[in-house]
Structure formats: C-alpha cells, structure tokens
Write a protein that binds this ligand. Structure first.
Ligand code: ZN
Length: 160
C-alpha cells in the first residue's frame, strides 16, 4: 500500500458481503493470535481510558516518526502539490491510469533506521487498535474483513 491517505482499489475480487473471516486463512490466524496476545497484556491494563489514551499516543508517535524521517534524518522529503484526481471526469478510467493523478507527496526512500522506527510505531498503533476491539469483545480479524469489504464497495471515486 502506498503512503496515500486511502488506498485506491484494484480490480481484485472482493469477498461476498457479510462473509465471515475463514479460520484457515493465515492472515486471519495472525490477527487472532495477535489479539490473544493483546488480550493477555490487557489483564494488567484493562481500562478503556488507558487504551484510548495509549491509542492516541501511538498515532501521534507514528506521525512523529514520519516527521523525523524528513526533518532529522532527511532520507525522505515532502514535495506536495494539489492532487489532480478531481480533474478526472470519466468513471471509465483504469486503476493504472488513476495512479498518475494521485501522489503520496513523499520523495526519496526510507532508510533502514527510519523504516524500523516507523514499523515499531505502526505496530504499537495496531496493538492499541486491537486492544480497543478486545475491550468491546470484537474480533479484530472481522474488523479488518469488514473494512476491506467497505473499501471494495466504495470504489476509486470515494477516497476521502
Ligand atoms: Zn532515515
């Protein structure tokens, strides 16, 4: 996935509406195993208030890590200008064609150090997102599957 705010949806097949996450799916198993580990951690930090504040802190740390890659390390630069996607008037534009109208505004490549830091911070963001799901007895794999289905339903002209 690119660094854009929302992914553009490719032509891949979507699962049928309301389909449960298959238990044999390795991604679903990883999400389930991860949620179990998060649940064990939550025995000591159960309050939803802790989870919410930590979740917000994790999100801020992801942003801080990206900003530091630009301002401290310098391995990436932000080169931003207006997105030209709104200039596309036909809905018959292919996914490959659309990609030339949207930019991530990131120039350069993350160095290994910055990539590692951002990975850790993203992991923490996943942790607290999963912790919130666990708090309300939601299955994180189902949350992911439903969001994926929503993205596929929205299509390429609903990027906000
Ligand atoms: Zn760097």
């Amino acid at each position: 996935m690119s660094a854009d705010a929302r992914p553009i949806h490719g032509p891949e097949q979507s699962s049928p509406p309301g389909a449960p996450v298959p238990t044999h799916d390795s991604a679903a198993k990883l999400a389930d195993d991860f949620q179990q580990a998060v649940g064990e951690y939550l025995i000591r930090h159960r309050s939803v208030l802790d989870v919410l504040s930590k979740m917000q802190e994790a999100s801020a740390r992801v942003q801080r890590a990206v900003a530091k890659a630009v301002t401290v390390c310098g391995c990436i630069r932000i080169e931003a200008s207006r997105q030209a996607l709104s200039d596309v008037t036909s809905e018959d534009v292919s996914y490959a064609d659309l990609k030339q109208f949207v930019q991530s505004h990131v120039a350069g490549q993350l160095c290994h150090n910055c990539r590692d830091v951002i990975e850790v911070e993203l992991g923490q963001a996943y942790f607290y997102t999963t912790a919130l799901a666990e708090t309300f007895n939601m299955r994180a794999a189902d949350v992911l599957a439903k969001e994926k289905q929503r993205l596929e339903t929205l299509g390429v002209f609903n990027l906000t």
